[in-house]
Design a protein around this ligand. Sequence first.
Ligand code: 5AD
Ligand code: SF4
Ligand code: FES
Length: 358
Amino acid sequence: MEKLKSIILKIKNGERPEREELLYIVSARRTVTKEVREWMYSLARERAVGVYGHDIYLRGLIEFTNYCRNNCYYCGLRRDNRTVNRYRLTREQILDCADKGYELNFRTIVLQGGEDPAYSDDDICSIVRGIKERHPDCAVTLSIGEKSRESYQKYFDAGADRYLLRHETANAAHYRRLHPSELSMENRMRCLLDLRDIGFQIGAGFMVGSPGQTDECYADDLAYLLELQPHMIGIGPFIPHHETPFRDEAAGTLEDTLYFLAVLRIMFPEVLLPATTALGTIHPRGREMGVLAGANVIMPNLSPTSVRKDYLLYDGKICTGDEAAECRYCMERRMESIGYKVVTSRGDHAGFEAERRV
Ligand code: 5AD
Ligand code: SF4
Ligand code: FES
């Protein structure tokens, strides 16, 4: 445990870890003692509190289409899943959700969907503009997959501020295990570089405990994130969906997810780090535990209740029967119960303004 602690302290002091050290951290999660684990969580909390205080940023998630042209092996919305009741929200419905979100004090709206060609770039831009016109003090985040650089530029010019695109895995063999051959890790990484270059705050990330994920894979993820320096990092446990090829695979664990949240917070003190819905799905207090391991963002759902049960990436997803207002106040109470406070703020990355000025 002394070796683990010394590597962690080295990273905390801003030194760049060697590959061998990353691998050591990753594999140590299996043998780490309860005391050292708690020490890592408290160090992670300390880092988050040092930058963001006890503030928790909310992102209002609008899942506006569950059509997807892709066929990722892990995801319940994959195109080969014929049992999904597919839906698309209209521009008006989306703007209504955003208005409701604004009234509930959300200052970031996330538009998330499968890769659905039915929405043209003009459609997306018109929705982004609609939200920005009504709520100029809101950040708009897009999470709609791999597009051309030209499309990303259009969204940015329409006013979108941020873009979430988990890299999923930075290990080429593992990428192949999770995706059919029509998707490539190179293109995904190209997208992230384009997005950052255009000026978006970018979010990358990966699942914890996905099929075939080895210690090497996690070390590759950490190395890639150190290189990319994204503004946000979304991680959550893999959870099997019964209508996918991974239906019989084991889910990622709470312990591993919390461990990686803490490691990421220690590595990236300023990063925006959500305690994800998937984490809340594998444990009733998973999101609270996530915050206590260094997370500082929560993404409650703003989608209309009528479509929520149709946006199932994995089995057992929580909050599918609750109104936006219920989740909003539920989260406020949950965060208060652990000494944190949800705030009315766009919740930009701490370094973002400074970065933009150079
Ligand atoms: N379990 C957990 N997370 C999943 N995602 C997709 N399918 C699953 C699953 N079965 C994650 C992917 C994707 C994000 C939107 O949700 O990482 O990028
Ligand atoms: Fe589509 Fe995203 Fe699901 Fe892959 S993970 S099938 S791109 S919705
Ligand atoms: Fe949705 Fe608690 S966060 S009901």
